[in-house]
Design a protein around this ligand. Structure first.
Ligand code: 9WO
Length: 248
């Protein structure tokens, strides 16, 4: 799949593309990321990409014209009708099921806004979808774009070291709708705190049951909304309910 990113700051993407486990998906071009800077399509001696807002007010607004030329340049390279995605708090919240859909698609054109925003006429003419990471404001759309690319990259076959473990419901904290269990590593005692004995026991059945219990209890305490959704989807067994009903 191919993701074209339209950004005034393409250098922000280097660490994403060259460091960590997701990098494998990018370097192998399983997830082919192309960066386009609208400044390269700006005119005049100063190659302006922004201007003052009509009606007054603070800050600057991204010009529609360099963005449209950048988009035309990308469209000329792509043979598909990839959707144009804008990252903004107006959009639908990104979640794991949306990431799964993006990870099995053919890509998109990711538009990263800066300054106070983008001329609304460009949005009305060219943006197909808006995606939000939550109800807060950033200084640009680059971090949300990187969040989507990272989430998509780690779902590519062979990218996670424990190959494809994310695809197995019982290993995936989001596929079956429960939070992940706590993790422990060496030493067995740290700062006066011992690792739960069951994890040292070597009883794989007991370990799996303990992890399931932890996930159920953690989800009940911190995200009762997720537990309700898991119940509605039939993902909570009778044995699970027994654990949840125990007094704590
Ligand atoms: C910001 C904004 C705030 C409230 C309602 C609508 C909005 N649209 C935008 C917008 O398009 N902003 C551009 C990208 C330009 C300013 C910096 N940008 C941005 C994106 N800030 N915060 C986000 C963002 C994106 C996804 N999830 C959370 C925040």
């Amino acid at each position: 799949m191919r993701f074209d990113v339209v950004t005034l700051f393409p250098e922000l993407f280097s660490p994403l593309l060259t460091v960590g486990i997701a990098r494998r998906a990018f370097e192998s071009r399983q997830v082919d990321v192309r960066l386009t800077n609208p400044r390269d399509f700006a005119s005049g001696h100063y190659r302006r990409v922004d201007d003052r807002p009509f009606g007054g007010g603070p800050g600057m607004v991204m010009l529609a014209q360099p963005l449209e030329l950048a988009l035309a340049h990308i469209r000329a390279q792509r043979s598909d009708a990839a959707p144009v995605v804008l990252f903004s708090p107006i959009g639908r919240r990104l979640d794991h099921s949306a990431v799964q859909r993006w990870s099995s698609g053919s890509g998109a054109i990711l538009l990263c806004g800066r300054y106070e925003g983008i001329d609304q006429r460009f949005i009305d003419s060219h943006v197909d979808e808006q995606i939000s990471l939550g109800d807060f404001v950033l200084s640009g759309g680059e971090i949300p774009a990187m969040a989507l690319l990272d989430a998509v990259a780690r779902l590519q076959p062979g990218v996670l070291s424990d190959s494809d473990s994310h695809q197995m419901d019982s290993f995936n904290p989001t596929l079956d709708g429960l939070l992940d269990c706590p993790h422990y590593t060496r030493p067995e005692e740290w700062s006066g705190q011992r690792v739960p004995e069951v994890l040292l026991s070597g009883h794989h059945g007991q370990i799996e049951r303990w992890r399931r219990d932890q996930r159920l209890l953690l989800t009940a305490r911190h995200r009762p909304d997720l537990l309700e959704a898991a119940r509605r989807d039939g993902r909570i067994s009778r044995q699970d309910e027994t654990v949840l009903a125990l007094p704590r």
